[in-house]
Design a protein around this ligand. Structure first.
Ligand code: PMP
Length: 357
């Protein structure tokens, strides 16, 4: 069967070349006589996979030797837990920016471990714009956590103001999608299922000085310091998942971040222009500077119209554009792997649909 045009928010489209290599490795990994799914996690081949993946993260993020890079289990939500477990101690407060569902969840999870202060929120605007960045943080929190791209609501921080506190970012839905100054973060993390491969895996990058003192005694599995010391193999690593992430990183390097950024801007501009010109579709986020390049959210004039357009898309082999249940409408995810041609096909269908109404 023909592959669909896949605009899902995650698990998201994976480039055909990467899928081909995953399929081959599933049959036989190099000359090991084993599938990647059978490869020992402490064997030399997997150690090479770990080493190359860390090297590529360092190179693509423009980082030197000041950061530890770990691959962890449990996707984004496990990071919502690990960040406060490791860094939010007794008598301390962590600051969180609530710019949408995942940002809110991160703050809620942190509340299980210590005191949390929401220092900015876009809740009153139903997250259809970004909140104002907190000007002054007092008393100084142990860290400030924010979400660079709000996958559900379609907003994205394009300019990240300076801040006094160590900055921690959830970059699950826009990591490596454009040039970015990663050196400013004390820690950043990403669930892999959007720009980095398969669900269940998470990447975390932590500045080494942060690991000197952690908030509490933790089982090694949940400690960034121990995971770094043990090279992400405290327990049986997700060998197949991490290999898929390595293939994604190689693919990103081959395309080049600058090229991907140009393409991501071109895809988003084409779709937002089509929506802004339309009399049927309306963008959820009207403030241009707040619009996400990764997740374009919009609605149609009525629920019936939305339903008919969704049906038309499915008939035309286009899938994954139904909005999240919290927002309704549509959400088109335009991560690195989405070719410009897919956006053109969607825009053409939107225009045809509108003309036939
Ligand atoms: N953060 C962001 C920005 C996300 O978009 C998501 C999931 N879509 C998560 C965290 C949660 O990731 P997971 O489902 O892997 O826990």
């Amino acid at each position: 069967m023909e592959r669909k045009i896949n605009f899902n928010a995650g698990p998201a489209e994976i480039p055909g070349e990467v899928l081909y290599d995953v399929a081959r490795a599933t049959q036989k990994y190099k000359r090991t006589g084993l599938s990647i799914l059978e490869l020992p996690h402490r064997g030399p081949e997997f150690l090479d996979i770990l080493e190359e993946s860390k090297q590529l993260v360092r190179e693509l993020c423009g980082l030197g030797d000041d950061h530890e890079i770990v691959w962890l289990h449990g996707g984004g939500r496990m990071q919502f837990c690990m960040v406060p477990m490791n860094f939010l101690g007794d008598g301390q407060t962590a600051a969180y920016i609530d710019s949408g569902h995942w940002a809110h969840e991160a703050a809620t999870y942190a509340g299980y471990y210590g005191s949390v202060k929401v220092v900015a929120s876009s809740e009153k605007d139903n997250h259809s714009r970004l909140p104002a960045w907190p000007a002054k943080l007092s008393p100084k929190p142990v860290y400030l956590h924010f979400t660079t791209n709000n996958t559900i609501y379609g907003t994205q921080w394009h300019d990240i103001p300076a801040t006094q506190a160590p900055l921690i970012a959830d970059m699950s839905s826009d990591i490596l999608s454009a040039r970015h100054d990663y050196s400013r973060y004390a820690l950043f993390y990403a669930a892999a299922q959007k720009n980095l491969g398969a669900a269940g895996v998470a990447l975390a990058v932590i500045r080494k000085d942060l690991l000197k003192k952690t908030a509490r005694s933790l089982p090694p599995f949940l400690s960034y310091r121990e995971q770094a010391k043990e090279n992400s193999i405290v327990n049986t690593a997700n060998v197949g998942g991490i290999y898929t992430s390595l293939l994604m990183l190689r693919w990103i390097k081959e395309k080049g971040i600058e090229h991907l950024e140009t393409e991501n801007k071109r895809k988003a501009a084409t779709l937002y222009n089509a929506i802004d010109k339309s009399e049927v579709f309306q963008a959820r986020v009207t403030e241009q500077a707040h619009r996400s390049l990764m997740n374009v959210c919009f609605t149609a004039n009525s629920k019936e119209t939305e339903h008919s357009f969704l049906q038309l898309c499915e008939q035309n082999n286009i899938t994954g554009i139904k909005g999240h249940r919290l927002t309704g409408g549509f959400r088109v995810s335009l991560y690195n792997a989405i070719p410009y041609d897919s956006v053109q096909q969607l825009v053409a269908l939107m225009s045809e649909f509108e003309n036939n109404l």
